[in-house]
Design a protein around this ligand. Structure first.
Ligand SMILES: *Cc1c(COP(=O)(O)O)cnc(C)c1O
Length: 473
């Protein structure tokens, strides 16, 4: 190795021209182009000047015969680092299947292929192939959404928060919307029902109490300025004990009696009855429509298992009004979202195949026995990689559906629990290990609980096992 102590002066640094014209830089110039390579070289020379000034080690021997080659190597490293994508794939071993911070639903191959096709080609996004005239992008999925939910009409926007904002602004502008106190939720910090109402320029009328709201509370909240009675799914918490909420059928009947709209923000919004697969029961979009809701909003990337999107289904006249609102144009989805969503909706037409084909449902329903097999297969390699200071055990653990879907229910899962068995306190060592796992080429994200680092393996399917193991060598 070269001598790294600093005995150089600025004069030992080569010029940018000299470096770039050397044969060692030829490949870099052709891969990255002149402007980026020359800027990187200039940055590097500046750093070296600083290091020379401060007599710091350089990491390069300026007087060596192969110094230009060393420069080229350093430049290459910098260019590679700078070109690494900021958005990277990770292993989600948190136990939370729909993890908002990790991008929620994973899409099945059918959707992935459709997205690739849409990115590579012009599409009939707003072009009617039958007439050659202008089409409407919503038409591409409206038929499917209506078939699957029993609704008359449907539209789609960027996410469910946008769907709620748009619905309120289009239908209750400068009017009052009556909501139960028990349903004034906050989702992930930035989405709070009262704030969204303000931004939509509607007035919130809170009725009832946190734990109990009766039909008469809604009725008393109605004035001549009321436009809508709204229910919001309390996605991320549950009030238990002495509680009372008004169901959708009762609320819809009350709305009708007063000539008002009844709307429901379902949040997750599932299209099928999850209890069929032994999962907790969630009211479906179809049931909500059948109970009399005029409009229902829900997410595309929660229980539905599709791309990020907000779906609004319900009465034709109301959907038409929503589509005329200028905000719809601002919140519309692109062809990539539509391309991803359509095959997902198609899968729901074949419910018998859903648990195998829809990635999210396959993960939700993966058996503990199957996950434990994966755990036992991975255990020896992980133990070896960690060394003697840690002890790995395959254990049962509790996961979650996530993303505010079924907040209380847990998914009995299986995984690897890593405990510190060396000297000293374990907390610091577990934190350091958590960081080391995050720094792998494909970061591994687990969670620390009860003095153990837990890697829930529900979301590590057979197809990714080899990739996981390869990192531990
Ligand atoms: C998740 C959720 C939202 C926000 O949906 P996004 O698709 O994340 O924008 C709104 N309302 C409820 C009830 C939710 O659960």
């Amino acid at each position: 190795m070269t001598q790294l102590t600093n005995q150089y002066s600025f004069r030992d640094l080569p010029s940018v021209d000299k470096l770039l014209s050397s044969p060692f830089f030829e490949a870099l110039l052709s891969d990255y182009g002149h402007s980026l390579v020359s800027q990187t070289v200039r940055d590097m020379l500046n750093d070296l000047r600083q290091q020379i000034r401060h007599q710091a080690p350089l990491g390069i021997d300026l007087k060596a015969d192969d110094s230009i080659n060393q420069f080229a190597e350093l430049t290459k490293q910098r260019l590679q680092q700078g070109s690494q994508s900021a958005l990277r794939s990770v292993f989600n071993l948190t136990g939370i299947v729909l993890h908002t911070n990790l991008g929620r639903a994973l899409l099945p191959d059918e959707a992935v292929e459709a997205v690739v096709e849409a990115m590579r080609n012009p599409m009939n996004l707003e072009y009617d192939l039958a007439t050659g005239g202008r089409g409407d992008r919503d038409d591409l999925i409206e038929g499917l959404l209506c078939e699957l939910t029993g609704a008359e009409a449907a539209t789609i926007v960027n996410n469910n928060a946008a769907a709620v904002l748009l619905m309120l602004n289009a239908l209750a502008h400068e009017k009052e919307v009556v909501v139960s106190r028990g349903e004034l939720i906050e989702i992930g910090g930035a989405f709070r029902i009262p704030d969204v109402m303000t931004r939509a320029n509607t007035r919130l009328v809170e009725v009832g109490t946190t734990n109990r709201t009766h039909l008469r509370d809604y009725e008393e909240g109605i004035t001549e300025n009321t436009a809508m009675l709204m229910k919001v799914h309390t996605s991320n918490y549950k009030i238990t004990g002495f509680t009372k909420e008004v169901d959708i059928a009762e609320l819809s009947a009350l709305a009708k009696k007063h000539g008002l709209m009844a709307t429901v923000d379902l949040g997750s919004g599932t299209l099928v009855d999850f209890s069929k697969w032994g999962l907790p029961e969630e009211v479906t979009v179809r049931e909500t429509i059948e109970a009399g809701a005029d409009l229902v909003t829900f997410s595309g990337d929660k229980l539905l298992g599709g791309p990020q999107a907000g779906l609004i289904v319900g009465r034709t006249d109301l959907i038409a009004k929503i589509k005329k609102n200028p905000l719809k144009r601002a919140l519309r989805v692109g062809k990539i979202t539509l391309a991803a969503l359509e095959p997902i909706l198609q899968l729901y037409r074949r419910p018998e195949l859903l648990a195998e084909k829809l990635t999210t449902l396959r993960l939700f329903t993966r058996s503990q026995a199957d996950i434990s097999r994966t755990a036992n297969e991975l255990l020896p390699s992980l133990q070896q990689w960690l060394g003697e200071q840690f002890k790995v055990r395959a254990e049962t653990m509790m996961g979650q559906i996530g993303s505010g879907a079924m907040p209380v229910e847990q998914l009995p899962s299986y995984g690897l629990a890593i405990r510190y068995v060396g000297d000293g306190r374990s907390g610091r060592h577990l934190n350091a290990l958590e960081e080391r796992l995050r720094q792998l080429p494909k970061p591994v994200i687990g969670r620390i609980s009860d003095d153990a680092l837990l890697l829930d393996l529900r979301c590590l399917e057979e197809s990714q096992k080899a990739q996981f193991l390869a990192q531990l060598r």
